[in-house]
Design a protein around this ligand. Structure first.
Ligand SMILES: C[S@@+](CC[C@H](N)C(=O)[O-])C[C@H]1O[C@@H](n2cnc3c(N)ncnc32)[C@H](O)[C@@H]1O
Length: 203
């Protein structure tokens, strides 16, 4: 799996662009900058945007190629991000220290998703904000209509809103919705896409 991502990120072009995910940006812009954690952050588009807005950013991914490009992007924009090379299973913090957490298109198989998302949510302080966008199960139909739209082909890695809400039961929900949106993110997320969106405040 890691080799798939390293290969994807080894080209010069940014796979999902250099601009942040639109939903993430919109929600982050409503918050006071503080300490932000980003899961599986890839080439750093969300991390670098947040750092430019004054957030102290910690993020990780297991792809060496992703880390290289993210640090290059941060350099290009004149910001610093704490980007750790780590696998989902290995990342840990001693205490809940983050004011916000972003999970953007992190598409895990059902059997490991809840455990990992709940672990990531434990890094948030009480009152902290979780922002998530990910492909939903309906995205299979979008892929049938447009095979180059992107997203996992395996339905097990696509999400249902109810399951995501259960992952974050200790949250006061601000947004929990499934919508169809037009993605224009780099070369791999393009076109009509079905996504789940979640914004919640940790109780
Ligand atoms: C679709 S990309 C999204 C990247 C980024 N969040 C964004 O929105 O641009 C999914 C990312 O998950 C990372 N990833 C997948 N499984 C992982 C794991 N077990 N541990 C760490 N990173 C992982 C991949 O390397 C890839 O960068």
């Amino acid at each position: 799996m890691k080799s798939f991502w390293n290969q994807r990120y080894s080209q010069d072009e940014f796979a999902y662009g250099k601009e942040p995910n639109a939903f993430f940006k919109n929600e982050l812009d409503k918050l006071q900058p503080g300490k932000l954690f980003l899961a599986a952050e890839g080439e750093g588009r969300n991390a670098v945007y947040a750092a430019q807005k004054g957030w102290e950013v910690v993020c990780y991914d297991f792809s060496e190629e992703a880390q290289k490009k993210a640090l290059k992007l941060a350099d290009e924009k004149g910001v610093t991000i704490d980007y750790r090379l780590a696998s989902l299973a290995d990342i840990n913090f001693d205490k809940a220290e983050f004011d916000a957490v972003g999970i953007v298109f992190v598409q895990l198989p059902e059997v490991i998703r809840r455990k990992n998302f709940q672990k990531i949510s434990s890094f948030l302080k009480s009152g902290g904000t979780m922002i998530l966008e990910a492909f939903s199960k309906s995205h299979i139909e979008d892929q049938r209509e447009n095979p180059t739209v992107g997203g996992p082909k395996n339905i097990d890695q696509l999400y249902q809103l109810d399951s995501i809400k259960k992952d974050f039961e200790n949250f006061e929900i601000e947004i929990a919705t499934e919508v169809q949106t037009n993605l224009e993110e780099g070369i791999y997320h393009r076109g009509k896409s079905s996504v789940v969106r979640f914004v919640g405040r940790k109780i």
